[in-house]
Design a binder for this molecule. Structure first.
Ligand SMILES: Nc1ncnc2c1ncn2[C@@H]1O[C@H](COP(=O)(O)OP(=O)(O)O)[C@@H](O)[C@H]1O
Ligand SMILES: O=P(O)(O)OC[C@H](O)CO
Length: 493
């Protein structure tokens, strides 16, 4: 008999719900985009009601698409854009402000002051993270200091903090559960990844001790039950993970040394490091890959802020084409692909540079530079940035000879082939590229007893295509040197 798992994937630009059967096949889905708000330079916000309402709608759409009722669903999971921060009043259930999105840079100066006070080592040692506005903690502090009345309500013990998973769980359970999982907690900059507890010293340092923090659970656990008023029947929520960790899980990267890279708005390369926290000397992040039965599997992560977003900019900003799918044929016509570089540092550079003040550039332009050359440079920029991460990992002692990829961009064969050429390793694209949703469905299914073991899940993973390097060493080095020069031109630190 078929069993069905509902995966809620609340991402940066859209909310998605996918229903899988126990074989990891997609049975139904729904997706809705929502508005991005940029109230000031470097600020990025979402309306919490958009996050919640689109989530609810896509769940209904997915059920309809699958021809199922909520009562047919065995278990549900939530995966989410990470770090994005919400505070809400626990009495009214109302968010006190917008959701401050992971890309938001408003706490840059405060982060810089923490660095100057010498807290970098302590933060990295405890949380595995670098001090950066990217993470949740300084966003919480900003709301306490800037939103009228919130500090007072927090002092009365009425204000809850949550990443998007927590907030959605709160809504879905009708205010019954205030919980998160270890992968999401690990992105806040106040969670000790060794002891698996909230870190009181960092909480006090930031002055955010009055806010109620969610209970941190395994990634596969009994988080609560979706109230029947939302979808027509109760559904247990038994999986939660940040979207990049869920993708690692969906790619079945369960053995130390296995690595995946997801190409959506940004790009996130995550390497399974087993039960070891690998401390990076090259500005990568140590984080929680997943936590099962109290056992933590750790990961090393490289985060790039702009990947598919560069393609969106070429489409919407420069209006060079109407659909992302046109980029492959356009780039195939590029005559100067090897000499034109686009550094998409629109919101600064992420790993391994962490240069929030860098800005984008196009280098190598001549009179015969064409639209095709620029599009090709945009696509290739994603591969060059990945090589930056892979090289940083190698310097940290982490080597691998194949990479699993997923996300909206990997339908583009040209991108994946160039990636393989540049890295000089095999790049594997799975049959199901919705690995984020699949990963959290697996986590829910593990708790629900649909799956007994990780081995069983590994057996479900199937490659759709493996790309092998076709480029020679010298060409690869020459192209990459050109990229290094281009990045050097935009860096401020
Ligand atoms: N054929 C393509 N070639 C290159 N980029 C693409 C292609 N199709 C989609 N994209 C890019 O992939 C991204 C969407 O991927 P997705 O995984 O849905 O992102 P997210 O989950 O971050 O919203 C968009 O930025 C889009 O520009
Ligand atoms: O929503 P995505 O897929 O762009 O992922 C965002 C990341 O979780 C941010 O850390």
């Amino acid at each position: 008999m078929n069993q069905f798992l509902l995966a809620i994937d609340q991402g940066t630009t859209s909310s998605r719900a996918i229903i899988f059967n126990q074989f990891g096949q997609i049975i139904g889905q729904g997706q809705q985009e929502f508005a991005q708000h940029f109230p000031e330079d470097g600020w990025v916000e979402h309306n919490p009601s958009d996050l919640w309402q689109t989530t609810l709608q896509v769940c209904k759409e997915a059920l309809k698409d699958a021809g199922l009722n909520a009562s047919d669903i065995t278990s549900a999971g939530i995966t989410n854009q990470r770090e994005t921060t919400l505070l809400w009043d626990m009495e009214t259930g109302k968010p006190v402000y917008s959701a401050i999105v992971w890309q938001d840079r408003r706490t840059s100066d405060y982060c810089q002051s923490l660095v100057e006070q010498g807290y970098s080592d302590k933060v990295q040692q405890k949380t595995g993270l670098l001090i950066d506005p990217y993470f949740s903690a300084t966003k919480i502090r900003w709301m306490l200091h800037h939103v009228v009345g919130v500090k007072e309500r927090a002092e009365q013990g009425k204000i809850a903090f949550g990443t998007v998973d927590s907030y959605l769980l709160w809504c879905l359970t009708d205010g019954q559960q205030h919980r998160t999982d270890a992968t999401n907690a690990a992105r806040t900059m106040i969670f000790n990844i060794h002891s698996q507890d909230w870190d009181q010293e960092l909480i006090e340092l930031l002055g955010i001790g009055t806010v109620k923090l969610p209970e941190v659970m395994d990634s596969s656990a009994d988080f609560g039950v979706i109230n029947e008023k939302w979808l027509g029947a109760e559904i247990p929520v038994q999986g939660i993970a940040g979207d990049q960790q869920a993708a690692l899980f969906g790619q079945a990267c369960f053995a130390p040394g296995m690595v995946k890279s997801t190409y959506g708005t940004g790009c996130f390369l995550i390497l399974n490091t087993g039960d070891q926290v690998l401390k990076s000397e090259h500005k990568l992040l140590s984080t929680v890959a997943y936590r099962l039965d109290g056992q933590v599997t750790y990961a090393l992560e490289g985060s790039i802020f702009v990947a598919g977003a560069a393609i969106q900019w070429l489409r919407d900003g420069l209006k060079l084409f109407s659909h992302a799918s046109e980029t492959e044929s356009l780039a195939q016509q590029a005559l100067n692909a090897d000499t034109v570089y686009l550094v998409p540092a629109f919101t600064g550079l992420g790993a391994p540079y962490w240069d929030p003040d860098a800005r984008g550039a196009m280098i190598g332009l001549t009179r015969d530079t064409s639209v095709s050359d620029i599009v090709s440079a945009g696509l290739r920029s994603v591969c060059y940035q990945t090589k930056d991460l892979v090289d940083a990992m190698a310097k940290d002692g982490a080597h691998f000879n194949s990479l699993r990829v997923d996300g909206g961009m990997v339908v583009n064969d040209l991108v994946v082939q160039f990636l393989s050429d540049l890295l000089g390793i095999a790049v594997e694209r799975p049959k199901v590229t919705e690995t984020t949703a699949l990963g959290v469905a697996y986590l829910a299914g593990l708790k629900a007893g649909v799956y007994d073991s990780l081995e069983q899940i590994s057996e479900l993973w199937q490659a759709e295509h493996a790309f092998h390097p076709e480029m020679g060493h010298d060409s690869r080095e020459k192209l990459y040197q050109g990229w290094r020069n281009a990045v050097h031109r935009v860096r401020t630190s």
